[in-house]
Design a binder for this molecule. Structure first.
Ligand code: ADP
Ligand code: GLC
Length: 601
């Protein structure tokens, strides 16, 4: 289990949310929502009672045979209590806020939509999205995939938390879309939910506003805060769809932070308008699951007892797992490469959910990520010293190497072999292997550039190497988008020796910039980088299989051998990689087909 446990957050620490002053101008009717709750609940009670059998049916089958009998009985009994809670969310279905027509930013939806594919509406729900907030590849996918889906005749809304760390320039462009109050779990309180909207390139972004949950300077802090935060976010996202009266055909959730969405959808929201949507959950990284003790997750989520069984949220004796629940309740599960879809069904990569995933394998599939060709385009990239494209890469990429060396204080020499590494500095990324072999690759002809932040041990080791190999090793312990672009362009090769890698985007960016990847054959790295074949000259990069420092060193040495002794072949691979289709086009079509498969009418 990756997450640390901690004591439940004390109830007393929770303050009543105050709507920001400017929002107080909203109609008086809205402010009385909390008071109206009781009446609304009463009015909807009969409808909700009728829904009881439906809710019962949606409890996922318990896969662990032994526990079936034990778990099933309480599940049935507790259904009635759960149904009562459905009533609590029904009142959130208010009319669309008429007075707040959103401002359209930049270009509207492209006119060249493919009419051959039927129109579908999709709500993306996730915890980060470029350019508002990004800590890794999830942010890239949440940005790029909706834009591609718009081209495939999809109507897409992306629902995100309105973190205080979203840059001011985007905060200023958001338009107030409405607000309401929502109860949450056993807190006994009604929480403010504001909706701030921003539209860009045909994609509507709705930010869930609540200063109590989203005021930290970064999206993720610690589980004590993150568990309540994402219980609130998941419930508020569904309530906001009801509130806006925008009911999508499909709700597409991402990672554990949105893990409760499919669970809410089939329990508390089953009989509200949004309950008719189908759901998909995408696993970007199974390492993080949102695990905490059952009482705490019950307290914050308000989910009925019967979802805390071994087939859904319950894990071990005392823990609840938010991702596990989402996987059980979603109509489909996807992950970001075919190989990772297989791997996570094994003990080595399953992060203790392999049995659960094997049980649900019928609804699991892998769809490999792509990259956004507008954001990642060496021909137009404003961050680069010199732009280049397939036709002139061999003449113009070098200028970027020299500029990078100058920028980072490395010896400026075009004959050096420059190896880049752009990564979160965590246990996932194979950095132990890198650290172990650095002294063996620093031969006077090789330079290494690291860009990343994360665990102190890795940061310190890379800083040490920078001191030890002055002018040849650069440790940029920072997060810097534009420097990342310059490294992709200026390096000759990019290291991605991950312990596990659901998809990986850095190898795709690198290939698109004519920089050869050196990767471990795991997850999406295996699916996207074909190993170089020294006899035929085929392939995209250099690969190794077992998680072993010696094998990484061997792969780097093979790359160096081709670079220094067979530049003609190296250059062929550079051009092949730039020509390789790593766009979203094909993968977005697969997602669209999945949406259509789920919504056949
Ligand atoms: P993960 O999501 O596991 O972090 P990915 O390879 O899918 O890995 O995505 C990483 C993304 O974050 C890429 O777009 C990469 O360029 C970017 N990135 C990672 N570290 C940094 C950094 N320190 N500065 C700038 N961009 C970074
Ligand atoms: C995760 C994975 C990474 C993947 C990204 C986007 O953070 O670690 O492999 O590319 O999500 O799906």
């Amino acid at each position: 289990m990756a997450q640390k446990k901690a004591e439940p957050k004390k109830q007393s620490a929770a303050k009543e949310t105050k709507a920001p002053a400017k929002k107080k101008t909203a109609s008086a009717a809205k402010k009385t929502t909390a008071k109206k709750t009781a009446a609304a609940v009463e009015k909807t009670a009969p409808v909700v009672e009728e829904a009881a059998p439906a809710v019962e049916k949606t409890a996922p089958v318990v896969e662990e045979v032994a526990s079936v009998v034990e778990e099933a009985v309480p599940a049935v009994e507790e259904t009635a209590a759960a149904v009562e809670k459905v009533a609590a969310v029904v009142e959130e279905t208010a009319a669309v806020e008429e007075e707040s027509a959103p401002v359209v930013e930049e270009t509207p939806a492209p006119a060249e939509q493919a009419p051959s594919t039927p129109r579908r509406s999709v709500a993306f729900i996730g915890s980060e999205c470029h350019p508002f907030v990004k800590t890794g590849g999830l942010g890239d996918v949440m940005y790029a995939l909706p834009r591609e889906l718009v081209k495939l005749n999809c109507d897409v809304r992306v629902i995100l938390p309105r973190y205080a760390c979203i840059p001011q320039k985007y905060q200023e462009k958001m338009v107030y879309r409405g607000e309401f109050y929502m109860d949450l779990g056993e807190t006994g309180r009604n929480f403010y939910v504001g909706i701030m909207e921003y539209i860009s390139d045909g994609v509507v972004y709705d930010f869930i506003d609540n200063q109590e949950f989203f005021s930290s300077g970064k999206p993720y802090t610690n589980l004590v805060d993150d568990i309540p935060k994402y219980c609130f976010f998941s419930k508020a996202a569904l309530a906001a769809l009801n509130y806006m009266n925008w009911i999508p055909d499909v709700i597409h959730c991402h990672d554990w932070q949105a893990g409760l969405v499919p669970v809410y959808l089939r329990t508390l929201f089953q009989d509200s308008p949004v309950g008719r949507a189908r759901s998909i959950i995408t696993i970007h990284n199974l390492r993080f699951q949102g695990i905490y003790n059952i009482p705490t997750i019950k307290y914050w989520s308000g989910l009925p007892d019967y979802v805390f069984n071994m087939g859904a949220l319950k894990q071990n004796w005392e823990d609840a797992n938010m991702f596990k629940g989402g996987l059980a309740y979603a109509d489909r599960i996807t992950t970001v490469s075919g190989t990772y879809a297989q791997e996570i069904q094994t003990a080595e990569y399953g992060e203790a959910l392999e049995d659960h995933l094997r049980y649900h394998s019928g609804k699991l599939r892998g769809i490999v990520n792509g990259i956004d060709y507008d954001m990642w385009n060496p021909a137009t990239d404003p961050a680069l010293a010199e732009n280049y494209w397939l036709g002139n890469v061999l003449d113009h990429k070098m200028a970027n190497k020299l500029a990078l060396q100058a920028e980072l204080g490395l010896v400026q020499d075009e004959s050096k072999f420059v190896v880049g590494l752009i990564s979160r500095l965590t246990n996932q990324k194979g950095l132990d292997l890198v650290n172990a072999i650095i002294p063996h690759i620093m031969d006077g002809n090789t330079q290494v550039v690291v860009l990343g932040t994360g665990d102190k041990q890795y940061e310190d080791t890379f800083r040490y190497y920078e001191g030890a190999y002055s002018g040849m090793f650069s440790a940029c312990i920072q997060y810097d988008e534009s420097r990342a672009h310059r490294i992709y362009a200026g390096a000759d090769a990019l290291l991605v020796p991950s312990r596990f890698e659901p998809c990986g985007l850095t190898q795709l960016n690198a290939m698109h910039y004519g920089t050869l990847p050196i990767v471990r054959e795991t997850g999406g790295l295996k699916d996207t980088v074909e190993p170089y074949n020294e006899f035929t000259g085929d392939g995209n990069g250099f690969t190794f299989d077992r998680y072993d420092a010696g094998l990484l060193l061997d792969a780097i040495n093979r790359a160096k051998t081709v670079y220094f002794t067979n530049r003609y072949h190296w250059d062929e691979v550079v051009q092949r990689d730039m020509a390789k289709d790593v766009s979203w086009e094909n993968s977005a079509k697969q997602y669209k087909n999945l949406y259509l498969e789920l919504t056949q009418w």
